[in-house]
Design a binder for this molecule. Structure first.
Ligand code: ISL
Length: 536
């Protein structure tokens, strides 16, 4: 049987609002994306994952949906979507959509009807409405990922659950109408020709709603990575019943030929994450471990070993990511001193301490060469191929992310519209005023400025992706025990020897022909540098 396309694919994440703006209104759109698809084929990726483009009041970057079967008018029409899909397919690019099953917008027809209906009504049962412990005390201590209680009180005194913003009420997955609705949504987009879905907040759909509701011990919200020790039977995260949903979805995926795929966004530890990709469930799960470690060979070594072993234990491949639309861009993170929390750093507008972008860029170049050499799928986030840093100094009045508080500046800084040209209004993004302002030096990062410059980040990505095609189908991976010590990470993929030096001194470089290096090589492998060698 041929290897399914996704096992070792490179998937490029598109945030349509910030990718390219064809209408000139400052908001990226689907025609803009279509007009720039050649950038993706030129880069050499296999697929794109489109974050939500559905009808939405846009409280949480489109993750608050009012109609899952319509395109938001600011982004285009269904016809624009079909055109984009056809053009992508014509170029051999697969297309994954984001599906958001945990919650809807509070403007969704279902929620409006639920609010208008009485407690205990079938309308309310599609969501999670409960009585408080007292008139002014919510039903449990569950916290929203965006801060504060996960419960909001309605005018008749009942409370509704939202693990994210109050504008994102959680659906009740025990209600068969919710299951049917999402089965219909998957088929709707499957029939239009998409290749699969990224599943938002995949671990949290099913809640334990038996009364009285149980409090979470330790109070941690929805991140879910660390609070299972205190909450082995967590009331809303990673409950066993959630897997039933994905078994049903997998049956729907197999109604299509070739089958669609599902990628779980599940912020749970590796040993729990692999349960989402057991045979009969989903095909892949995001692996966020690289976002939690910071430039130390020993940590990368552990993450690589654990992730590969976990995926193999269920016959799947691992996935890797250095960036996404929820986290501070890696170029900035890797330019911060160890111990500085990037989110805390953001609250200082990136001033305390300043990020060393030269160092961060050098390390990010090496990091992507590590990622692209590993077996499994790599998920790239738009703009990382340009080496964009976090825009840490966005003025308060332009910030729109609901995940904001005194302690958190939010995620806008990694969502600033892309620069395509050296100059011109919005550096080729589109109209004169993009929805988030671009820094003045953005033109230096543009596709136009980097294309053809052998030292640029863009050309490094292009070269790495081209070379990767030669070995990516071969899933073999083995550590090079002699060299994989201390600050040097060393492993083999088929004939290719991969070395990454995270230390501060030059390491020995074995004989072999250099396929690619992240920085110029000296008499050895310099600090903060990666190399791919072919052994002679
Ligand atoms: O944003 C995070 C860390 O900064 C995550 O904890 C995030 O809240 C979690 O991964 C869920 O994210 C997804 O669903 C959210 C949406 O805001 C995110 O953009 C999306 O990736 C709610 O739909």
């Amino acid at each position: 049987m041929p290897t399914p396309w996704w096992r070792n694919a490179v998937v490029y994440q598109v945030l349509p609002r910030s990718f390219a703006d064809a209408s000139g209104d400052g908001i990226g759109d689907l025609p803009g994306l279509t007009s720039k698809l050649d950038h993706l084929t030129d880069l050499g990726v296999d697929a794109l994952w489109l974050t939500p483009c559905y009808r939405s009041p846009w409280t949480d970057a489109g993750y608050d949906i009012t109609d899952h079967r319509k395109v938001d008018p600011a982004l285009g029409t269904l016809a624009d979507f079909d055109r984009m899909l056809a053009e992508a397919h014509a170029r051999g690019l697969r297309v994954l959509l984001d599906v958001v099953p945990n919650h809807t917008s509070d403007q969704h027809e279902w929620f409006r009807r639920a609010l208008a209906a009485t407690p205990g009504s079938p309308e309310r049962d599609r969501y999670v409405f409960k009585d408080g412990r007292a008139p002014d005390r919510p039903p449990s201590n569950w916290e929203s990922r965006f801060g504060g209680s996960a419960w909001t009180r309605t005018s008749d005194g009942q409370w509704y659950l939202h693990l994210f913003a109050p504008e994102q009420p959680d659906l009740n997955w025990r209600d068969p109408r919710v299951r049917e609705e999402f089965a219909g949504i998957l088929r709707f987009w499957g029939d239009r020709g998409v290749d699969g879905f990224r599943i938002d907040v995949a671990a949290a759909l099913v809640k334990d709603l038996r009364e009285p509701l149980r409090d979470v011990v330790g109070g941690e919200g929805c991140e879910g990575l660390d609070d299972f020790a205190a909450n082995p039977d967590h009331p809303f995260l990673d409950r066993p019943e959630v897997h039933e949903i994905y078994r049903e979805w997998n049956r729907i995926f197999h109604e299509f030929d070739p089958p669609l795929i599902g990628v779980a966004e599940a912020w749970v530890r590796g040993d729990r994450r692999v349960r989402y990709i057991r045979p009969g469930e989903l095909q892949q799960a995001f692996n966020f471990e690289f976002l939690r470690v910071r430039w130390r060979a020993a940590d990368y070594r552990r993450v690589v070993a654990e992730s590969i072993a976990a995926a193999r234990s269920v016959g799947r491949t691992a996935t890797w990511a250095l960036n996404n639309h929820d986290v501070v861009r890696q170029v900035s993170v890797l330019g911060l001193p160890r111990g500085v929390d990037p989110r805390v750093w953001l609250t200082t507008n990136g001033t305390d301490p300043p990020a060393d972008l030269e160092l961060g860029t050098r390390r990010a170049r090496a990091a992507i060469m590590l990622v692209l050499a590993l077996p499994g799928s790599a998920y790239l986030y738009q703009g990382e191929e340009l080496g964009l840093p976090e825009v840490a100094d966005l003025p308060a009045q332009v910030l729109g992310d609901p995940k904001r508080s005194g302690k958190d500046k939010g995620r806008d800084g990694c969502r600033v519209p892309l620069p395509w040209t050296r100059g011109g209004p919005s550096f080729g993004f589109g109209g004169p005023r993009p929805w988030l302002p671009q820094p003045r030096d953005w033109g230096d990062y543009s596709v136009e400025a980097q294309r053809g410059d052998p030292d640029s980040m863009l050309e490094l990505y292009r070269s790495a992706l081209r070379l990767r095609r030669e070995f990516s189908g071969n899933e073999s991976f083995s550590w090079d025990d002699d060299r994989n010590v201390g600050d040097v990470l060393a492993f083999r993929r088929g004939e290719v020897l991969v070395l990454v030096n995270t230390g501060s001194t030059t390491a020995p470089l074995p004989a072999g022909s250099v396929l690619l290096a992240s920085s110029p090589l000296e008499d050895g492998l310099p600090a903060d540098t990666a190399v791919w060698l072919r052994r002679e």
